[in-house]
Ligand binder design. Structure first.
Ligand SMILES: Nc1ncnc2c1ncn2[C@@H]1O[C@H](COP(=O)(O)OP(=O)(O)OP(=O)(O)O)[C@@H](O)[C@H]1O
Length: 511
């Protein structure tokens, strides 16, 4: 068993390990951690800049980010370290003194930046488009939306990948040894290697390897934990059935109705605005989606838009709050063209609720409401909280104000979204197929809430496939097809006495 003894002497020479242990911890471990942490930090800053350049509209910035990323991701790390460490050695000496250590950090950072930039960019781009739509409809500017909602969500999504990058930097830090570090600056690998040369066996290198594992293995598990947690969220056990939700909302609506007039919340009776659309044409590129649309919506009335898929209903709705703009024609809000106002101002006056709720997933129900109250309406934190709680109470969800969207049912999420839009005190509310993504028993709760809003004088334009709702609640039903308004009238006229062949066919399909 000679070979076993040789192996033991080569790798498990306890004496040479013990001799180097203090140096390994005090010098090697310390320097490895400094190199990895500093390069991850600096790499994160570089990565953020690259990500912002990469998603910007500016083609030159995009190209610069692309070229940088291709170069520093494509080159082997050791080539970059030697090129930077030796190529800029003179400048480095003038700037940082004789030690090549800072240049080593710089080289590692430049490499890490390329990877981290890609991580951030894909994280930010993976945030659903609906999040920015939600920000815009609440009156937040594009930059506020990016800064407060989209970028934080993107970064949170890529946290595990960032920890992985740190692990990569821990390992890459061993390459800095090629720059010839001073003895006090040597990292784990170099300390182990020096001692290995001195003792003629590999035990010190094995010890260095063990230290690398001590750093990286727990981090790998931490990454997996964060990843699981971000994917699944912290679950709160809440047992509510769809039917219990109906009680929740019915009692909230009844409470509002029973409240004496003098105690009524300011929103109890809404003062809705009027809308007039005149000859509106709208294109997506060359594709004409709206063709000379005319529409009049009286204050405090409910208009339901119905029609086949692709007929332009959602697009018309998005024109009303300037999420998209028409090419010609005009839209008047309370008699004044919305094109004469800033889009953000129009959006504050015209609230919108979406099919997929578009709640901010990493904020509680309450915070979903307070964000725009503070940033757009400029309320203090305490005042915003008061308004938000009042609106959540109106939709029967005050008790769930501290829940995140993932812990609410679809119906509850949609009611939070309605409360969020109402909190901005809009004059008009737009609803875009808001019950289409809900389980059947949850639809009624949301429709009840909308019917209640209509009764309280809110001007509403509702894209819906719920014909029973349109018949019962609408003051006006508008049938669209191929980007045109084909017929408009009272529910009775549209459903019981359709004039055009197209509407007759549509009703025959859906009723
Ligand atoms: N962002 C977009 N870019 C390009 N084309 C679009 C875009 N959004 C919608 N369209 C096109 O515009 C047309 C009208 O779409 P729109 O969503 O307004 O119809 P809709 O009546 O609301 O349909 P649905 O009931 O299916 O939502 C469709 O042909 C659609 O493919």
């Amino acid at each position: 068993m000679d070979w076993l003894e040789t192996l033991r002497r080569s790798f498990l020479d306890w004496e040479s390990m013990a001799a180097i242990l203090p140096n390994m911890i005090m010098v090697g471990l310390k320097n490895t951690l400094i190199l990895a942490a500093a390069s991850t930090l600096l790499g994160t800053v570089i990565g953020m800049v690259l990500a912002v350049m990469g998603i910007s509209e500016n083609r030159a910035l995009k190209l610069m980010a692309r070229v940088y990323t291709d170069i520093f991701r494509g080159l082997p790390a050791i080539v970059t370290i030697l090129l930077i460490g030796q190529g800029f050695a003179r400048v480095g000496r003038e700037l940082f003194g004789p030690s090549p250590y800072p240049l080593g950090i710089l080289a590692l950072s430049l490499i890490a930046g390329a990877y981290i930039g890609e991580i951030f960019r894909s994280g930010i781009q993976s945030v659903e488009r609906g999040q920015m739509d939600a920000c815009r409809t609440l009156g937040l500017t594009y930059h506020q939306g990016m800064r407060l909602v989209v970028i934080p969500q993107g970064i949170r999504r890529v946290l595990p990948a960032l920890v992985n990058q740190f692990i990569g930097n821990v390992k890459d830090s061993s390459l800095v040894y090629f720059l010839g570090l001073l003895s006090s600056e040597r990292e784990l690998f170099r300390v182990g290697q020096d001692q290995a040369v001195l003792t003629g066996n590999l035990s010190p290198l094995l010890l260095a390897g063990i230290f690398y594992l001590i750093i990286t293995v727990p981090l790998t598990h931490l990454v997996n934990h964060i990843d699981r947690r971000l994917r699944e969220g912290k679950r709160i056990a809440v047992a509510t059935s769809g039917l219990a939700e109906l009680d929740e909302i019915d009692s909230a609506v009844a409470r509002e109705a029973a409240r004496p007039a003098e105690q009524a919340s300011p929103s109890k009776q809404y003062k809705g605005g009027s809308i007039k659309v005149r000859g509106l044409d709208m294109f997506y590129g060359d594709h004409q989606v709206l063709r000379g649309v005319d529409l009049s919506v009286a204050p405090g009335t409910v208009t339901c838009l119905i029609g086949p898929s692709g007929s332009g209903k959602s697009t018309l709705l998005r024109c009303l709050n300037r999420l998209v703009d028409g090419r010609s024609g005009d839209i008047l809000l309370d008699g004044r063209s919305i094109y004469q106002e800033k889009p953000d101002t129009v959006r504050r006056r015209v609230g919108m609720v979406f099919q997929h709720f578009n709640l901010f997933p990493d904020r509680t129900a309450l915070d979903n409401l307070t964000l725009a109250l503070r940033k757009v309406r400029g309320l203090s934190t305490a005042e915003a909280k008061r308004v938000a709680e009042a609106r959540l109470a109106e939709v029967g969800l005050l008790e769930r104000k501290d829940f995140r969207p993932a812990n609410l049912s679809g119906g509850q999420q949609q009611r939070v979204a309605i409360a969020r839009a109402l909190a901005m005190e809009p004059e008009v509310m737009l609803f875009d197929e808001v019950t289409s993504a809900l389980d059947p028993e949850l639809v009624k709760g949301v429709l009840n809430l909308m019917a209640d809003l209509g009764r309280r004088g809110m001007t509403m334009v509702v894209v819906t496939h719920e014909m029973a709702f349109a018949r019962k609640v609408a003051d006006q039903v508008v049938f669209m097809d191929e980007g045109r308004v084909i017929e408009a009238g009272s529910p009775g006229a549209i459903f019981d006495d359709p004039q055009s062949a197209r509407l007759k066919r549509f009703l025959a399909e859906v009723l």
